[in-house]
Design a protein around this ligand. Structure first.
Ligand code: ATP
Ligand code: MG
Length: 466
């Protein structure tokens, strides 16, 4: 392994430490790469936020121990720099290990929020009460060798660009040996989403989403689309009430692969184009045209099923940062409805049907047309108008929908405000969808005077419905 000349985040460019000449890589095709792991699968056996130091005593499976040894062997001198502890995550594109950073003290560690807050040593001491040096942990992301070099470089490059935001997990450094690349990230303590989302009251949601939207606003401000917003990519520490965004493996700069889409036209021009297309279709007999010369429509559909925005499903070729706001909205819907995953389609057609079930055929038709597509559906249970999000949440969380006087149950003021925010995140038209920066100014997320949350928040949903 080449000597690490520059290591920390204040470098000018991402330095990937190289050992040998590159070997031939087996690359996955674009189609293989675009689907991120299923939301139900364990992407990372997420650790308890309190278990940081007990990890050392945790069981390490034999296969994991072998993988860790292999990793140590791949990079000469690796075990002198890092002490691998255990596997903490296994995603579609990588395996993530927890390790102790043995040379921590030799570098400036501006990224270390714990150290900034002096959480462990209020008196400025850098040691445990036992007198030992406090261990410093990192997450080592071993990117699968099947990933294309461009994809890996893209992830490291974007992480480097975003290094100044506290809400984004920064890149400390990266190493390469032949076709094996590892990224070194600060280890961030967090809990598995499934362990806490059902117990969140509205006050908790405000804090969680303030943190998530702060991260999104920073990403979007740098003109970057994350493309894979979902609970396993937002590591949230429920004790410190702080989260960081990880996994920029599918992220891209705004405008990459942009092609004109009808949604970018003025309303009148769009109408005219749709009318032309309609007339053309109706001048010809029904069926597929023989020897169709039109190029097939290709659009980026990278992301995770259940979290894809409608414009991604309708193959919009001019996608924007608003796709991330939609996915964040799906996380809020999951928490409010207390159901994970909320949408669970097996493919994009199913996903469109799931959206139609909630939002209704009329909105879906309008949305499809916005991107030059047609939506037709003859499933009898899917109505024209769909349901309000308030209704969906009441159905999911209450055992009855009417009180003892026969009146319809309504959401409390705090939950209603959350739903109003949810509606802004789940606007079908990306142009009308709230931006991450504006979301932070929405009454649901805006910091209250004195920073305290409303009492009504605590009362509302304090005993979550089953
Ligand atoms: N900095 C970190 N600190 C602690 N845990 C982490 C860190 N980075 C990643 N992890 C854990 O590893 C898991 C997988 O990481 P990541 O999402 O970056 O990889 P991936 O291969 O792209 O995963 P996927 O395809 O499932 O989204 C995360 O969900 C998380 O549990
Ligand atoms: Mg991930």
């Amino acid at each position: 392994m080449a000597d690490a000349k520059v290591r920390r985040a204040n470098r000018d460019a991402v330095v990937v430490h190289v050992d040998n000449a590159q070997t031939k890589r087996r690359k996955l095709s674009h189609e293989d790469m675009e689907e991120s792991r299923d939301p139900l699968e364990d992407s990372g056996c997420t650790r308890d936020a309190d278990s940081e130091e007990s990890d050392d005593n945790g069981e390490v499976e034999d296969s994991v121990a072998e993988d860790m040894q292999r990793l140590e062997r791949s990079f000469r001198g690796f075990s002198k720099k890092y002490r691998l502890i255990n596997r903490i995550g296994e995603g579609t594109f990588s395996t993530v290990y927890k390790a102790e950073d043995l040379h921590y003290e030799s570098y400036s560690n501006k990224w270390d929020l714990d150290e900034k807050e002096n959480l462990y040593s209020p008196s400025g001491r850098k040691t445990h009460q036992s007198g030992q040096r406090r261990p410093h942990f990192v997450a080592i992301k071993k990117i699968y060798v099947t990933s294309s070099p461009q994809r890996i470089m893209n992830e490291l490059d974007l992480l480097h660009d975003l290094r100044h935001s506290d809400a984004i997990c920064p890149l400390i450094t990266a190493f390469r040996d032949k076709d094996q690349v590892v990224a070194i990230l600060p280890y961030f303590r967090h809990l598995d989403f499934r362990a806490y989302f059902r117990d969140m009251n509205v006050a908790d949601m405000r804090i969680y989403f303030r943190s998530l939207f702060t991260a999104l606003a920073a990403v979007h401000d740098s003109n970057i689309l994350h493309r894979d917003i979902k609970p396993t990519n937002f590591l949230y520490d429920t004790h410190r009430k702080r989260g960081v965004l990880v996994d920029f493996g599918l992220a891209e700069r705004h405008g990459t692969d942009h092609q004109p889409c009808l949604c970018t036209l003025r309303k009148e021009d769009r109408k005219q184009r749709i009318q032309q297309s309609y007339n053309h279709t109706h001048d010809h007999p029904l069926g597929y045209p023989k020897g169709d010369q039109r190029p097939s429509l290709r659009a980026n559909r990278a992301g995770t099923r259940g979290f894809r925005a409608p414009e991604v499903l309708f193959k919009c070729t001019a996608q924007t940062t608003k796709i991330d706001v939609w996915s964040a909205g799906i996380i809020l819907l999951t928490i409010l409805a207390r159901r994970f995953p909320f949408f669970n389609s097996s493919d994009d057609i199913d996903a469109v049907i799931e959206l139609a079930t909630v939002f209704g055929k009329a909105k879906m038709k309008k949305c499809a047309m916005l991107h030059g597509q047609m939506f037709e559906c003859n499933i009898p249970t899917i109505g024209e108008e769909g349901y309000t999000l308030e209704k969906i949440i009441i159905w999911s969380t209450r055992s009855v929908t009417r009180d003892k006087y026969g009146n319809k149950i309504r959401l409390g003021a705090a939950e209603a405000e959350a739903v109003e925010f949810l509606e802004a995140c789940l606007a079908m038209n990306p142009d009308q969808r709230i931006s991450a920066a504006d979301a932070l100014q929405h009454p649901f997320l805006k910091e209250r005077d004195g920073g305290s949350e409303d009492e009504m928040d605590v009362l509302s949903m304090s005993s979550p419905a089953q």
